[in-house]
Design a protein around this ligand. Structure first.
Ligand SMILES: NC(=O)C1=CN([C@@H]2O[C@H](COP(=O)(O)OP(=O)(O)OC[C@H]3O[C@@H](n4cnc5c(N)ncnc54)[C@H](OP(=O)(O)O)[C@@H]3O)[C@@H](O)[C@H]2O)C=CC1
Ligand SMILES: O=C(O)C(=O)[C@@H](O)[C@H](O)C(=O)CO
Length: 285
């Protein structure tokens, strides 16, 4: 039987499943069932965020599953208005309470906006107190990532960024590798944009292996050591997305997927002032 997952070792020795499950845009009232289904399917790593509004439901599913805490890897994220040393500490406590946990596996600064240096100092302290196994960031482009590393004690263990066949970030991954920062993909399917699920190149590679486009994409990412956290509310797709470790893409297939890169985001650009303003205006209280 093919292995169901693989562990990645982060820069502080903590191990993280390379394949996890994301819950962005899963409605609060469906999240408990969806995460219960995901855990039953075999996922052990769950990615949520304060801004998703579903941490409590994730917590209920974790509790209801009866799975020992040490077998789970739980990530959540701090939103933009919660930056600053005291606020960040308080917000961490709030997330922990909502999740019903007494420690986090991974805590991320959600966006490189606001007073995130102070947040990072608070997170370094929480990490030092063993309340978080690993701390990291999300949506950091290389300039801000390297600056954060240069001016702080703890190097982020993870940078969770948009990456999928249409926006591959291979140079960014290389830079992160050089700094010991693990790349994690959000939006591995580009949420279906650019007709990803019917892309002829991905479909043809899938046919050659008896696999779906979704499986080809997840295998292509994990074969390049990218952590993935696909989202689905459907148990059949949860199982499909887990079933990716019994085949490998050939060098030629890797090259064909590499050629799909457009080099541009299909979601949002943190260097665009209008987008920065829009994100900053999204309040989470
Ligand atoms: N840090 C950040 O800023 C961000 C982080 N994230 C994280 O990354 C996770 C994944 O990204 P997300 O934005 O959800 O998008 P994904 O790229 O994972 O795409 C999810 C979409 O793909 C569909 N889908 C899932 N599996 C399949 C399949 N096998 N076949 C066909 N369709 C499928 C889902 O539909 P259905 O549910 O109906 O099956 C849903 O519409 C998020 O849930 C979140 O945890 C996401 C965005 C930003
Ligand atoms: O989903 C996330 O984690 C994000 O940061 C963004 O998608 C953000 O929350 C958002 O809603 C932008 O569309």
């Amino acid at each position: 039987m093919a292995p169901q997952n693989r562990l990645i070792t982060l820069n502080n020795g903590v191990q993280m499943p390379i394949l996890g499950f994301g819950v962005f845009q899963v409605p609060e009232d469906q999240t408990e069932q969806v995460v219960t289904d995901a855990l039953a399917a075999g996922y052990r790593s769950i990615d949520t965020a304060a801004s998703y509004g579903n941490e409590e439901a994730v917590g209920r599913a974790i509790k209801g599953s009866g799975i020992p805490r040490e077998e789970l890897f739980i990530t959540t994220k701090m939103w933009i208005q919660h930056t600053g040393e005291d606020t960040a500490k308080r917000e961490f406590d709030n997330s922990l309470r909502r999740l019903g946990l007494d420690y986090l596996d991974l805590y991320l600064i959600h966006q490189p906006l606001g007073d995130y240096y102070s947040s990072w100092r608070a997170m370094q302290k929480l990490y030092g107190e063993s309340l978080i196994k690993a701390i990291g960031v999300s949506n950091f482009y290389p300039d801000r990532l390297v600056d954060l590393i240069r001016h702080n004690d703890v190097t982020p263990a993870v940078n969770q960024i948009e990456t999928h066949p249409f926006f591959q970030r291979q140079a960014d991954q290389q830079l992160m590798r050089e700094h010991g920062v693990q790349i994690e993909s959000w939006g591995p399917f580009a949420e279906g944009r650019n007709d990803l699920f019917t892309n002829p190149v991905l479909a043809e590679i899938g046919s050659a292996h008896g696999k779906s486009v979704a499986q080809v994409v997840l295998r292509w990412l994990t074969q390049r050591d990218v952590v993935v956290i696909p989202k689905s509310v459907r148990p059949d797709r949860m199982a499909e997305n887990l079933d990716i470790f019994d085949f490998d893409l050939t060098d030629d297939e890797m090259t064909r997927v590499a050629a799909l890169d457009t080099g541009a985001t299909v979601f949002f650009d943190h260097h665009d002032p209008a987008m920065v303003e829009w994100l900053g205006g999204r309040r989470v209280d």
